[in-house]
Design a protein around this ligand. Structure first.
Ligand SMILES: C[S@@+](CC[C@H](N)C(=O)[O-])C[C@H]1O[C@@H](n2cnc3c(N)ncnc32)[C@H](O)[C@@H]1O
Length: 288
């Protein structure tokens, strides 16, 4: 058997081992990028062959930590795609204002930068005090980092630019306590977020949000898995609630086309179609 074929088989066996031993199921992830990340993992951990990682994984439970870190890509930024955040601020927040209590679920939150971006905007809109934010990710290490709410000053300066591009008018630094070259998001904002590990592949819905952000996560999933997770979001969302994905992603894999309408396809903002038709006609008019 040639080397290439052997490597493909070893990758499949390794993904099976991760599922069978630790219950993390990556079989529905997009093949090409998953394959690349397994190869990177193998090199970064000093193995000569992917097959060598299988017995090692079986005998060393701690090895699952670098495995998840490599396979789930916790890369993020504050105010990534400023035009999306501008649309959220200007078009969606005024609709959320009509709810006495707002529940927000940020799925695939990585190390939390997106969470702080939205929480700061909610504070500026006067909505933070009546919002409960749930932020979840499959990666326990990313969730632990997110919980601290700490960011390097250098990065904060870079994020300030995107904050202004998204329509922010204050200073981003106002929302951080600064010391020793780092900023920590203020307790008022930090305490509003409940960070939890949650696996979109295997875990069920746990809240009834009016707004879900799941951005830059579907790009790693194949069509079947995207379909399953969009169904989970549809079941979870309140009627008339909003689902936000990244501008690079779409809902084209979703089989229940009538369950969502695009409010701003370019920004990745969709609205759940529920039973309350009348309310949706009012709330569902297209926005720019
Ligand atoms: C590229 S990051 C996106 C972070 C953030 N949403 C953003 O757009 O900046 C993708 C995140 O999805 C998470 N993820 C991947 N598979 C997941 C799953 N099955 N369940 C929950 N989170 C998952 C990864 O751990 C990673 O933190």
């Amino acid at each position: 058997m040639d080397e290439h074929k052997l490597r493909e088989i070893a990758i499949d066996l390794f993904i099976d081992a991760v599922r069978l031993c630790y219950d993390y199921d990556y079989s529905g992830y997009a093949k090409a990028s998953l394959r690349r990340r397994v190869i990177e993992l193998c090199q970064s951990q000093g193995f000569n062959h992917i097959a060598e990682m299988i017995p090692y994984l079986l005998r060393n439970p701690d090895f699952i930590i670098p495995v998840i870190n490599h396979l789930s890509v916790p890369v993020t930024k504050m105010y990534r795609d400023p035009l999306f955040f501008q649309s959220l601020r200007e078009k969606i927040f005024p609709l959320l204002k009509t709810y006495p209590i707002i529940t927000l679920w940020i799925a695939g939150c990585a190390t939390g930068e997106e969470v702080w971006s939205v929480a700061i905007m909610l504070k500026e809109a006067g909505l933070l005090s009546r919002t409960q934010i749930y932020a979840t990710d499959i990666n326990p290490a990313a969730v632990a980092t997110a919980k601290k709410g700490i960011v390097e000053m250098e990065k904060l300066k870079e994020y300030s630019k995107s904050y202004f591009e998204s329509g922010g008018q204050e200073s981003l630094l106002d929302y951080y306590n600064i010391a020793y070259g780092y900023g920590r998001v203020t307790p008022e904002i930090l305490n509003k977020v409940d960070f939890e590990t949650h696996n979109l592949v295997s875990d069920s819905s746990f809240c009834r949000p009016q707004l879900i952000l799941c951005r830059n996560v579907f790009i790693y999933f194949n069509c079947q898995l995207q379909n399953k997770v969009i169904n989970l979001f549809h079941q979870s969302l309140d009627n008339g609630g909003f689902l936000c994905i990244s501008p690079k992603e779409s809902l084209t894999c979703y089989s229940q086309k009538n369950n969502f309408i695009a409010l701003n396809r370019k920004a990745g903002i969709f609205q759940k179609q529920g039973h309350r038709k009348k309310e949706l006609q009012i709330r569902g008019s297209k926005i720019k």
